[in-house]
Design a protein around this ligand. Structure first.
Ligand code: NAD
Ligand code: UDP
Length: 340
């Protein structure tokens, strides 16, 4: 089976491409490199011994995307490409709506033109917004639940795919709602490479541990949680990558229509628990200060992952210590990420 991976040089797409190649799928990556480097293709090849086909292309460029589909004739698409900075999105909403929605609409039109009927979409736990109570289940109502334009693009794309599946009963769409992906490939040659100051907890901690940042700023310790810091469901990026393989398996078993699955571990850890796990991995304490709350943060978010196990046979296997060890190994071996 040939899988076209949009956003395949990005953080999650690159790890998923490795897993796909290792399972003997053919991989075609389409990425405009707005948040990743072409060097990632070399790293994927170094790990797997196979080079994915790579096209530098903006998904909104319909004519070029058609050329790629004509040349490659993929059987399925995994759609990772998108802008993802939650905090940036309220400042530049049009940029987020245009990039994330237009790319998806263009992709769907081209898939339809070439008769490609299998799509996995990167959704997010952010679609649950601040209305639902953890453990978050896939059947929680989503209408107007997001708290920022980024989250609304995910809800809107889920709705677009739902409507598209209704109108096209032979189309298969698997919406995967990721919780908090962290960690890196265990080789330490591929990982998360945020540009500028990291917004997310794990890369901020690893950059602090290698001396690129002075100390972690913990955003609030007065939440109604056992230690006062927020709780999230962290999932190892390699477990997440395998979740995509499980979704592709649904297509191979004859199709599935529209499906929605959480990809998390089902367990929440507080910011302080994550800090302690990284301290164990590093063999030294993570320097930190307690700051005020970050606007929009929820006290607690973790998944109910029972459905993904029941229907796809997938569950996360790696521990928080695995995530911290692998994230730190990547940061230590590549203190400046993929920069030359
Ligand atoms: P990433 O930024 O590392 O990867 C996304 C890739 O898409 C980048 O390589 C970027 O260059 C590419 N891209 C963006 N717009 C494009 C366009 N118009 N045309 C072609 N390529 C384009 O992000 P990631 O962390 O790997 O996330 C992948 C997907 O998963 C995103 O859709 C994101 O919203 C979603 N997601 C991520 C997280 C997370 O915490 N990392 C959580 C939930 C959901
Ligand atoms: N966090 C923090 N300091 C940071 C980055 C994050 O204290 O520099 C906290 C944040 O408030 C949240 C948790 O770590 O409670 C996870 O944040 P992240 O941005 O990684 O994920 P999200 O909030 O999107 O789930």
């Amino acid at each position: 089976m040939k899988v076209l991976v949009t956003g395949g040089t990005g953080y999650i797409g690159s790890h998923t491409s490795v897993v796909l190649l290792e399972q003997n799928y053919e991989v075609v990556i389409v990425d405009n490199l707005c948040n990743s480097k072409e060097m990632v293709v070399d790293r994927i090849q170094a790990i797997t011994g196979k080079r994915p086909v790579f096209y530098r292309c903006d998904l909104r460029d319909e004519a070029r995307l058609e050329e790629i589909f004509r040349a490659e004739r993929p059987d399925a698409v995994i759609h990772f490409a998108g802008l993802k900075a939650v905090g940036e999105s309220p400042k530049v909403p049009l940029k987020y709506y245009d990039n994330n929605l237009s790319s998806t609409l263009t992709l769907l039109r081209v898939m339809e033109a070439f008769g490609v009927r299998n799509l996995v979409f990167s959704s997010s736990a952010t679609v649950y917004g601040d209305r639902a109570t953890p453990p978050l289940r896939e059947d929680a109502p989503l209408v107007f639940s997001a708290t920022n334009p980024y989250g609304f693009t995910k809800i809107m794309i889920e709705q677009i795919l739902t409507d598209y599946c209704k109108a096209n009963p032979s189309f298969n769409a698997v919406l995967l709602r990721y919780f908090n992906p962290v960690g890196a490939h265990e080789s330490g040659t591929m990982g998360e490479d945020p540009s500028g100051i990291p917004n997310n907890l794990a890369p901020y901690i690893t950059q602090t541990l290698v001396g690129k940042r002075e100390k972690l700023h913990i955003f609030g310790n007065d939440y109604p949680t056992p230690d006062g810091t927020c709780i999230r469901d962290y999932i190892h990026v390699m477990d997440l990558a395998k979740g995509h393989m499980a979704a592709i398996g649904l297509f191979e078993r004859g199709g599935c229509g529209l499906k929605v699955y959480n990809l998390g571990t089902g367990h929440g850890f507080s910011v302080l628990e994550v800090v302690n796990a990284f301290s164990r991995a590093a063999g030294k304490p993570v320097p930190y200060v307690i700051d005020g709350r970050r606007e929009g943060d929820l006290p607690e978010s973790y998944a109910d992952c029972e459905k993904a196990y029941r229907e796809m046979g997938w569950k996360a296997e790696k521990t928080l210590d695995d995530m911290c060890r692998d994230a730190l190994r990547w940061q230590e071996k590549n203190p400046n990420g993929y920069a030359e």
